[in-house]
Design a binder for this molecule. Structure first.
Ligand SMILES: [Zn+2]
Ligand SMILES: [Zn+2]
Ligand SMILES: [Zn+2]
Length: 262
């Protein structure tokens, strides 16, 4: 299927469904979007949500911009931009007027599931001490913290992964896996995760990236010799730091070190 968001080829993949079975979703790594056929989104289990995390993680190279007018992949109709709110979290998606399904970016999906939340004014003030430039987690555009408190191009609010929500999703997935007889990460994982993903953890990471850059530019101590880290640091500084990417990195470095979840 061609991705309705950017017309690249989307890959159909199976994800765990509530009460067993699989939900087939069309995932696009070019624009970080997902096409849900009618009723597929509410059917994803917690494990399915985490599987989608894994699919999206590490494939967030330069993002293809969304086309101006999105078309339904199942009929000739144009998709309608729709705003919605769940538990105080605003999000948007594009739906087919004939109810064939909807297209949502990964970032908006996380907002819908309550897994990311907007930064508080206090967090924003603190963040400005550590970073000047962010990358929008939705469209990939630059956000200057001096002027903007939301993305100037797509208006997505500055958001971070909500550690409590990620922890709960992890706990739910663990319970489901225990019922199914699978071996999963120990209970302590969710708690450590919550500690790691708190804002202090973000600041340490952001400061770490700034230090790495200083060493790359020859204004600080030599880098640890990890070429990949140096490259990703340079890339992060050029485009700005993506707070959701940072959260995902923290999440996978943690669950990866405790054991393979899936
Ligand atoms: Zn796409
Ligand atoms: Zn349609
Ligand atoms: Zn944006």
């Amino acid at each position: 299927m061609n991705c309705p968001g950017c017309q690249s080829t989307a890959v159909e993949q199976g994800f765990d469904k509530l009460h067993g079975g699989e939900v087939l979703l069309d995932v696009c790594h070019a624009c970080h979007g997902v096409w849900f056929d009618a009723q597929e989104s509410p059917q994803l289990s917690s494990t399915g949500v985490l599987q989608l995390f894994r699919q999206m993680h590490g494939k967030r190279s330069a993002r293809t911009e969304l086309v101006h007018s999105l078309k339904c992949p199942r009929c000739p109709a144009a998709l309608t931009r729709t705003h919605d709110m769940v538990r105080g979290n605003r999000f948007q998606y594009f739906r087919c007027p004939s109810a064939h399904g909807r297209f949502v970016t990964f970032f908006q999906f996380l907002r819908e599931k309550g897994i990311v939340r907007s930064l508080t004014a206090k967090e924003l003030t603190e963040l400005k001490k550590h970073a000047q430039r962010l990358q929008c987690s939705d469209c990939g555009g630059p956000i200057s913290l001096h002027q903007d408190s939301a993305c100037p191009s797509c208006h997505a609010p500055l958001s971070i992964l909500d550690p409590a929500a990620v922890g709960m999703t992890l706990e739910d997935a663990k319970k489901a896996a225990a019922v199914a007889g699978a071996v999963l990460a120990p209970a302590v994982a969710a708690q450590i995760l919550m500690d790691t993903l708190q804002m202090e953890g973000f600041y340490r990471t952001i400061d770490g990236q700034a230090q790495q850059l200083a060493s790359v530019l020859g204004t600080g101590p030599a880098p640890a010799g990890d070429q990949h880290r140096v490259e990703s640091t340079l890339e992060a500084v050029e485009t700005g730091i993506d707070l959701i990417d940072l959260g995902m990195d923290a999440f996978f470095s943690l669950v990866g070190s405790i054991g393979d979840l899936f």
